[in-house]
Design a protein around this ligand. Structure first.
Ligand SMILES: [Ca+2]
Ligand SMILES: [Ca+2]
Length: 477
């Protein structure tokens, strides 16, 4: 078994050990704690709430089941439409969760009260699993205010907010969740007021947020107004304003993709944010923005590939922020590659990167006064100016020199290209975007993909749920 030890170490620093073990349990072959024997109930559109809730005499509403369950109980919900809003406030415990599951391969649909009125599903209890549902047509599709909640294999769409976290919700997991056609945010964990506690310790596996109903509005795929300690594996944001808008400290994004976001793929405001093996493709203003918020923070990018933006590949607005950039490809920006808004690079450390910009004179720009062309970077001027990027490279023509098929959006590396085996080993991740093993060949590659790597047999983020993020964002011209 191959486990992503680098990632596991990162997780170990950011998640309590019990939560870490549970989050990684499916990949480590560790069984979850055995579910204590409870009652099993059934709900069906053809049922009746005066029934006993058995398979042959099911209840009619999920709300009826919600009022009846206790720790260890399982509720199976048959396929069909449920025009109701309900709250799951049951108090499960670690060894006896309360589960609301779709029955067999049937598809229950929760039809909410309308996009501007109320919440369809409230998860306010503890140790609850909610899996296999479609939810639509409400202001908030699913609202989480409890703890140790798991939402899995759900499709939430045509809502104002897809899923929201409030009231200090913590230790939650979203697995295989697809959020689509939302008016404000796909996922949002932001406080409504100063008195509200922040959400923390959440894990996202194989989730995607796509199709803002109006991408010209500030509609984010995944938005965190505050909070801390969140982990994303293999998640995707597409066709929104900001893909991942993160004001939560110690957030890790591994093997994620942001594409066709009209503003920023990854908007980073907080401290201790890491992007590992992440892709940015065809985003509007910039792929990555270290935002101006007056609070110094450190952001780290390792083995990321950022390609095809309108203005910047990577934009550092506040010179009090620290950027660490290693083994990354910044390519195909229409204007500037790496841009420091202020006239200082004191907060920058980086090496083993590959630089490119369509405007070859503006591969790196500092305060719009010191501009480093590809030729000047190659001549060592940028390394002398910054004291960094001594081993970094330039690629005048990434579509021919680096990527298998840039036009088709395939950013895998060409055989024997300059990125192959040119990355640094120290701090590098042990798998790539595809979950291929690193290193392969003579050394670690630069960018999100490792050339010629064998697929790691087991990988965090491969859950087998319905959401398929394997292709990442595709390019559309
Ligand atoms: Ca935003
Ligand atoms: Ca290699």
């Amino acid at each position: 078994m191959v486990v992503d030890l680098g990632l596991a170490r990162t997780l170990a620093r950011s998640i309590p050990s019990v939560c870490l073990i549970l989050a990684l349990a499916p990949f480590l072959g560790i069984a979850r704690p055995a579910q204590a024997a409870g009652n099993t109930y059934y709900v069906s559109p053809s049922g009746n709430d005066t029934h006993p809730g058995t398979l042959s005499q099911p209840w009619r509403t999920i709300g009826r089941a919600a009022r009846s369950v206790a720790a260890g109980d399982i509720v199976y919900v048959r396929g069909g439409v449920y025009r109701e809003s309900f709250e799951l406030d049951a108090q499960g415990v670690t060894e006896a969760r309360v589960e609301f599951l779709s029955y067999a391969d049937e598809k229950p649909l929760v039809e909410g009260p309308g996009m501007d009125s109320g919440t369809a599903v409230k998860l306010s209890g503890s140790h609850i699993r909610f899996a296999g549902f479609e939810v639509r047509n409400s202001e908030s599709g699913i609202e989480m205010t409890g703890d140790h909640l798991e939402v899995a294999d759900c499709y939430v769409h045509d809502v104002t907010y897809g899923i929201t976290g409030h009231g200090g919700c913590h230790d939650f997991t979203l697995t295989g969740v697809r959020l689509s056609r939302f008016f404000l945010y796909g996922f949002d964990a932001s406080r409504w007021g100063e008195a509200e506690p922040v959400c923390h310790h959440g894990t996202f596996l194989d989730c995607r947020a796509e199709q803002a109903l109006d991408t010209s509005q500030n509609v984010d795929g995944f938005a965190f107004g505050d909070g801390h300690d969140f982990v994303f594996h293999h998640c995707l944001a597409e066709d929104v304003y900001d893909g991942f808008d993160i004001k939560a400290d110690r957030t890790v994004l591994n093997r994620c993709s942001a594409s066709r976001c009209s503003n920023a793929g990854y908007k980073l405001w907080a401290d201790g944010i890491k992007l590992i093996n992440c892709l940015g493709m065809d985003n509007g203003n910039t792929h990555v923005e270290l935002d101006w918020d007056g609070k110094p923070g450190t952001s780290t990018l390792f083995n990321c590939t950022m390609c095809g933006s309108q203005t910047y590949s990577l934009w550092v607005e506040d010179d009090r922020d620290r950027l660490r950039l290693f083994n990354c490809i910044l390519a195909d920006s229409r204007n500037i590659g790496l841009c420091f808004e202020q006239r200082s690079v004191a907060g920058y450390t980086g090496d083993h990167n590959i630089f490119h910009s369509r405007n070859a004179d503006r591969a790196v720009v500092v305060g719009y006064e010191d501009e480093f062309s590809l030729a000047r970077i190659k001549a060592g001027d940028w390394a002398r100016f910054s004291g960094q990027d001594v081993h970094s490279l330039i690629s005048p023509d990434p579509s021919r020199e680096l990527f298998l098929d840039l036009e088709a959006g395939d950013l895998h590396l060409r055989p024997e290209c300059m990125a192959v085996d040119s990355g640094q080993a120290e701090g590098a991740p042990v798998v790539d975007y595809d979950c291929g093993q690193r290193p392969s060949g003579e050394g670690y590659d630069i960018g999100a993909y490792e050339y010629g790597s064998a697929l790691s047999p087991e990988c965090p983020g491969e859950t087998g749920f319905a959401v398929d993020n394997r292709k990442g964002g595709r390019r559309r011209r």
